[in-house]
Design a protein around this ligand. Structure first.
Ligand code: CO8
Length: 257
């Protein structure tokens, strides 16, 4: 598929998606959100790909939803079309996604990063949910995923004041997995994605599903789900290969079966 608002680079085990509206600080319009969803669906369907990286420019991962596109939206139109509902598809991607964030990750940009599984931030990254300054609130997960990531106190602070949070604060709050110098950002994210991509896809996909369950169901239900998923992986050739390789002191060659 040909994309106009993103660049897509298929590597050995990794799909790299670069948001490409840098003159608008990668403001997320409907076309771009659709293209990101389509590229991630392509990754899910491609057995050679084990993980994706989503990144932006040095100045901005994404400075939010495209305000110029949203400005004239009415409630009836928004309600009837269920505006933004389809963007949840990004969070439903089954293979792991790393957000590599430099510069602004604001509003929908911060929410897009939180739909990914791991956020690796450059030391220049700034996160925030400034929707309140526009007379609206976050609409694709900012009031929910941010609470899971940083807790109620900081989420309320960010959502109600619209202030930005630097990378260091985002890491200590639990939103970000690692902070690296901006020049190392893409290599670090690609290395991590490559490492994930070389594992058994069945195992990485089950691991993602199981961790996400922790946010959706009570502990006993989550533990039951984890145990069943754990047991089921003993049906894969990759489990046999992984354990044989350890015993034979060699690196495993997963066949994705
Ligand atoms: N939408 C549209 N255009 C934008 C956006 C945006 N969110 N952000 C920046 N731009 C454009 C500017 O209009 C400007 O364009 P032009 O050169 O044509 O005037 C260009 O990008 C550069 O921006 P600035 O000149 O403003 O750059 P500064 O360095 O002065 O400021 C800021 C950078 C602080 C990031 C500033 O641009 C800013 O505050 N941007 C808006 C941030 C914001 O409010 N984001 C939240 C948007 S609402 C939202 O995300 C709702 C999410 C729920 C729905 C999700 C659907 C996808």
């Amino acid at each position: 598929m040909a994309y106009e608002t993103i660049l897509v680079d298929k590597r050995d085990h990794v799909l790299l998606i670069t948001l490409n509206r840098s003159s608008a600080l990668n403001a997320l319009n409907a076309q771009m959100m659709g293209e990101i969803s389509a590229a991630l669906a392509e990754a899910d369907g491609d057995p050679r790909i084990g993980a994706s990286v989503v990144t932006g420019s040095e100045r901005a991962f994404a400075a939010g939803a495209d305000i110029k596109e949203m400005a004239e939206l009415s409630f009836p139109q928004s309600f009837v079309e269920d505006y933004a509902a389809s963007y949840e598809a990004i969070a439903q991607t089954r293979k792991p996604i790393i957000a590599a964030v430099a510069g602004y990750a604001l509003g929908g940009g911060c929410e897009l990063a939180m739909m990914c599984d791991i956020i690796i931030a450059a030391d220049t990254a700034k996160f925030g949910q400034p929707e309140i300054t526009l007379g609206i609130i976050p609409g694709i997960g900012g009031t929910q995923r941010l609470v899971h990531a940083v807790g109620k106190a900081k989420a309320m602070d960010l959502v109600l004041t619209g202030r930005m949070m630097e990378a260091e604060e985002a890491e200590s709050a639990g939103l970000v997995a690692r902070v690296v110098p901006v020049d190392d950002l893409l290599d670090t994210a690609l290395d991590a994605a490559e490492k994930i991509g070389e594992m058994s896809n069945a195992a990485t996909m089950m691991a993602k599903e199981a961790v996400n369950r922790a946010f959706e169901v009570p502990l006993a239900e989550g533990l039951r789900f984890e145990r069943r998923a754990f047991q089921s992986l003993f049906a894969t050739e990759d489990q046999k290969e992984g354990m044989e390789a350890f015993i034979e002191k060699r690196s495993a060659q997963f066949k994705q079966r």
